[in-house]
Design a protein around this ligand. Sequence first.
Ligand code: 9MR
Length: 641
Amino acid sequence: MARTIDRLSRGRGRRLGVLGVSGLLATAIAVPVVTNGMGVELGGSNAQTLIQGVKPSAPKTGPASAVRVNQVGYLTDGPKNGAFVTKAKEPLAWSLKDADGKEKATGTTTPAGLDSSSGEKVHTFDFSDVTDAGHGYTITIDGEKSEPFDIGDDLYTPLRSDALAYFYHNRSGVEIDSKLVGKEYARPAGHVNGAASSDEKVPCQPTVCDYTLDVSGGWYDAGDYGKYVVNGGIAAAQLMSTYERTQNAKGVQKASLNDGTLRVPEHGNNTPDALDEARWEMDFLLSMQVPQGEKLAGMAHHKVHDSTWGAIPLRADKSEGKRELHAPSTAATLNLAATAAQAARLFEPYDPEFAAKSLKAARAAYDAAKANPEMMADPGDATGGGAYSDYNVEDEFYWATSELFITTGEKGYHKDVLGSKLHGDADALFPRGGISWQSTAGLGALDLATVPNKLSDDKLAAVRKTVTKAADGYAADSKKAAYGVPYAPGDGRYAWGSNGQVMNNMVVLGTAHDLTGEDKYRDAVLRGMDYIMGGNPLSQSYVTGYGERYSHNQHHRFWAKQKDAKLPNPAPGALAGGPNSSLEDPVASAKLKGCAPAKCYMDDIESWSTNEITINWNAPLAWVASYVDDLGSGSKDKAQA
Ligand code: 9MR
């Protein structure tokens, strides 16, 4: 990765490779003054070890090399694989060179035949035996040279921070502070201007209700300024789980997401920064609940957004669209129940009052959903915002009751967990295509498997088995794929947000690794990172600022430099939706007709169906970034349960 990475201390020893990455790595533990990398001091009294993000060099564009590698790099002790596009039938020689062009290792490729994801013939190559850390390595095959990459420990430390900073950047209802994000990304608060476009006193769509709610705050969903309880819910849950994992899994850096570690304004409040970020959304989700005294009290409104689509580009504070609350839905209500139940246990040590309020809201939401199990959002309600309609809420019920059971240990919730058709059914909990906003049961199963709870030993073992069974499937998919991606939807078609699906499969794999310590799960996560960071049929890194050829024109109304040179590109750490076989926007359908699944992507701001960014894709990215950072060197002897 040809750029500087700022790292401050992280309180853990590092293994330095023979090629010496020591110049980049600070070793001191106590850092009394924390800056944001632009020389600006951050944090309150508790600021301790702010994790810095990348300072990207300009993205490369133009024709890609036929040698495909992870453009960020490979963990010192992890697997190291790549692919080469060629019609050659016989194995070819590969040569690994260091930054000075000196040959460090050689080998031969393995012909892999036709790769169905790209429709191209490829060879694969494996240089896992090379464990010398360094920068600027390249692989040359048949006269073609790869993009440069690193070998080293902790390559994903900045991603842990950048993937989470995405959420602060996209906060609604508050000024985005240049001291935290730099001048380019600072902006005034959006949707709190007292006008019809304010979220402070929002009426319902006509005939839906006759009250108004203050639903300011929360995160904008994506390139649009809608805020959806379905989707906001899973994103908040996965952020909380990113933190929760650091408290429960073995071999993790427990303090890595604590107060003073991330770019949030709440430093010094003694609450882990990852929870501060999740709280910003939780307060919004709670505000979407129908108030006591109303007919549907306890239910949650499905969404709030403009009554018509806003133009692009458009900074949040300049948005003038009229905001409206849409009808409550069972799915939204269960998202609220699940996340508020999770928040109740996580905030208990930091803000017991908020924890109690959350638990009360979660119980009320769950009861309301049981009383109204079929209030489905209208799939046609998609003007000015997405529909997020979902006809099957069994999975949301399973997720919500799992969270309520974990938090309370109560018999009623226990009965509902065990009584669910989904319980114990790995294929139903973890569909081939992955967990998504439409398929949330896996979130409940993952938490039951990893967060201490009152399931009996045999039942806990059975839940864990569903996780490892699903992970076995994703790991097998990764092994079969020339590009190593742990994503093989049944119909072979990549979904809208396929990169989010890849990430969610990696969350399941990472959890299976946490539970068992088995290398195959860790390897599949790292192979997934290879795919996301440029080792794919387009040689495209899908995370802004990471790798050489990274996505930088994602669909976003403020990060819209492609439309207006005065505006910024997406901030580092933003994950593009990725290839979508269905080409659901005019630009993609005009330009990508007939594309092979993993090539149905373009880095164009107009291609919202392949190149949007959203909270529910960045949330699993944050989980995965935190997991892979914990791997350190990727050493196989990582201590496990
Ligand atoms: O991620 C959603 C995808 O699964 C759906 O197929 C698609 C069309 O309904 O909508 C996607 O979600 C978008 C939402 O509707 C509006 N905000 C942006 C979201 C990401 O593209």
